[in-house]
Design a binder for this molecule. Structure first.
Ligand code: GLA
Ligand code: ZN
Length: 665
């Protein structure tokens, strides 16, 4: 069964309405809801006094209508009484200011009292719902995140450091506290990196970010331990926030979960932008699939205009359906829309759901209903289908944290560099996996490792092994600059990859954002007259064993190498000594695709996405037209659209926002 549903807040509405809701959901093909992730006040109105009656009733009504539920542990938004009990459980912001009551996620993840209350409510819910026939699994908390800088965290940080370094001597060496005389002689002297402290020691700052990430991983684990024990038949997940969220090492957070879920909002209220580039969503889905290397759920999918203080753009007709199938094409095994009915109260009054405030079914309900009907027919053919990518892009959270601490260039954004390369593959309909630095790379023909700034020896060894076995690796400027303690390496750059790349960085500089340096590019067998540019960063290269494939055409390093290619046995390494413009990334990706013999799912015009998935040996080809006009594609052979049963061949017209899911006829 394909899981199709909504995020539902029965506690916001009179009980007399619940039956109508459940009936309308059933009529829309909904079989799954997420409930209760913000209902702590109603589940435990007073310390240790639980009330599950209302939730039992809601679940019973849903169950009668064939709907099952994922329950959220409600710890993302504590009731006032919890925070009144522990005034020091409020998170402290990087400015040193303590949060106050009135929003959500205002808690410190290390506060022992908060952690205890979280265990108590989790245990009580787990015991109550372990055997409820409508409950299938759990979402832990809601969108974990945000760093805390309070004194509790500071004390926990000290313990974390003691465990990591063993001695202050080791810590002082790793962080290089000789600089500015920061030699710590007691653990308790070690500060937290508040903004008010100015730019912190990079070693300390990176360890703090890792520690905060671990704090959420440990907080999550406490709830997992309870749920695994009390509800062994239920799955456990958490709703992540895609590639754009950068405060937690998502690979670590995903590890103990059964699968990843995430919240997909293509058009955000605070960005009144009509255009939603297909690749901007695709990279988020692929990142979420990459966290565990398997399919995921979309626990919240946009179903109306987002909004808070202002109102956002509403999904155009056909867009909810298009985004739904795009999610499925990239690995979603379930889609739940946020939210069933738009709230009359609270901060998200204007975050529109499937129904408007008045609960009437309108255009968006009807669109979701038609998707629901389709998925009742064909959902089984889609659920569990696999992506078989031959390209991987490495995402490194240590590197990401380190670039937050030292962006190197005021305009440089690490995820944008990843996205630049991703987009070039996406445009050509070549599937990409997003993987951690230590992933098994043996199944990939091309691996892109953009700016692996923090590069410990085990990661360098992983990349070496991959190339020695015949892989094509592309790496860029700001690779191998730092060791795992965020200290600059004591060797030429790119540090531990210097030999593999067959090149040394002679000099480097950051470029003003408005100055592009033209490149003379001549990739072996490729065209050489492309107008490509170096952007933001220039490494001046000295090849040792590598050949030069691009030279700078301006500045004092005119004529000097900018990009090199090194051959290592059957393997090859491109070192790109700049972040480059879009044209450069496209040229390099195009060359990599051709050199490694990759074939795109299909050649399509702009804004038409073609994605391949495999259901056992059966190939599914998703065609998604994101454009505002109809577009034509040419199919190389006869294929059948499983949505309509129609056989398609040759020249095929896809209306605006149309979807086809083809398989060999
Ligand atoms: C997030 C949260 C939801 C809701 C939506 C819309 O994804 O998980 O609770 O706030 O955004 O803002
Ligand atoms: Zn704290």
């Amino acid at each position: 069964m394909f899981r199709f549903g909504v995020d539902y807040y029965p506690e916001h509405w009179p009980q007399e309405r619940w039956e109508t809701d459940a009936r309308m959901m059933q009529e829309a093909g909904i079989n799954t809801v997420r409930l209760a992730e913000f209902a702590w006040s109603y589940l435990e109105p007073q310390p240790d006094h639980f009330d599950f009656d209302w939730l039992d009733r809601a679940l019973d009504i849903l169950h009668v209508h064939g709907i099952q539920a994922v329950l959220g542990t409600p710890t993302a938004s504590p009731p006032p009484w919890v925070m009144a009990t522990y005034p020091d459980a409020y998170r402290v912001l990087p400015s040193g200011q303590r949060q106050t009551y009135g929003n959500r996620r205002e808690y410190c993840p290390n506060h022992p009292g908060y952690r205890e209350r979280s265990r108590i409510i989790t245990q009580a819910m787990a015991e109550h719902y372990a055997n409820h026939p409508a409950v299938i699994g759990w979402q832990i908390d809601n969108e974990f995140g945000d760093r805390c800088y309070c004194s509790t965290c500071q004390a926990h940080f000290h313990t974390w450091l003691q465990r990591k370094y063993g001695s202050l001597e080791a810590l002082n060496t790793a962080w290089g506290t000789a600089f500015w005389s920061h030699v710590y002689t007691e653990w308790s002297q070690i500060p937290v990196p508040l903004e008010t402290g100015g730019a912190p020691n990079p070693g300390l700052a990176l360890d703090y970010d890792r520690f905060m990430s671990d704090s959420y991983v440990r907080f999550q684990q406490e709830q997992i331990d309870i749920l695994r024990q009390v509800c062994p038949d239920h799955f456990i997940t958490h709703n992540f926030m895609g590639l754009h969220y950068d405060r937690i090492n998502y690979f670590d957070l995903a590890k103990p979960l059964d699968f990843v879920s995430w919240d997909n909002y293509p058009r955000l209220a605070w960005r009144l932008e009509m255009n939603v580039p297909a690749a901007s969503r695709a990279i988020e889905h692929d990142t979420m699939r990459g966290l565990k290397g398997k399919n995921f759920w979309v626990m919240e999918e946009q179903s109306g205009s987002g909004g808070g203080q202002t109102v956002g753009i509403t999904p155009r007709p056909g867009e909810i359906r298009l985004w739904t199938y795009q999610a499925i094409a990239h690995g979603a095994d379930a889609i739940l829309y946020f939210r069933w009915r738009t709230s009359r109260f609270g901060t998200e009054q204007y975050w529109h759901g499937v129904l408007d405030h008045d609960g009437q079914p309108r255009r968006r309900y009807r669109e979701i209903q038609s998707i629901g009907m389709e998925l009742q027919r064909i959902g089984d053919q889609l659920a569990g289908a696999e992506t078989k990518a031959q390209v991987a892009i490495i995402l490194c959270y240590d590197t990401r944290f380190a670039f937050q601490i030292q962006p190197n260039h005021p305009n440089f954004r690490y995820p944008e560099l990843l996205a630049g390369y991703y987009n070039a593959f996406h445009q050509r309909n070549v599937s990409v996996d997003i993987v951690p630095p230590t992933a098994d790379l043996s199944r990939y023909k091309v691996v892109i490792a953009p700016a692996l700034y923090i590069l410990p020896e085990n990661v360098a060894a992983n990349l070496r092994r991959y190339v020695e076995n015949g892989g094509l690796l592309l790496t860029t400027a700001r690779t191998g600059v730092k060791d795992e303690h965020n200290a600059v390496v004591n060797m030429p750059l790119p540090g531990p990859l210097t030999e593999l790349c067959g090149v040394e960085v002679e000099e480097y500089e950051a470029l003003p954002a408005d100055i592009d340096v033209p490149l003379q590019l001549s990739l072996p067998g490729g065209s050489s007259d492309l107008a490509t540019h170096a952007r933001l960063w220039c490494d001046v290269l000295h090849p040792t064993t590598a050949e030069v494939v691009a030279r700078y055409d301006a500045q004092y390093y005119m004529g000097h190498p900018a990009i090199t290619l090194n051959r290592v046995g059957r393997g090859q390494v491109l070192y790109v000594g700049t972040f480059g413009d879009e044209r450069l990334q496209e040229a390099l990706v195009e060359w990599s695709i051709a050199t490694s013999g990759l074939s795109p799912a299909l050649n399509t015009p702009a804004e038409v996405e073609a994605v391949e998935k495999w259901q056992k040996d059966k190939r599914l080809l998703f065609l998604l037209n994101h454009a505002d006009e109809a577009r034509e594609v040419i199919l190389p052979k006869e294929m059948e659209d499983i949505l309509t049963g129609q056989v398609q061949k040759g020249r095929v017209t896809l209306p605006s926002k149309a979807v086809m899911i083809l398989h060999d006829a």
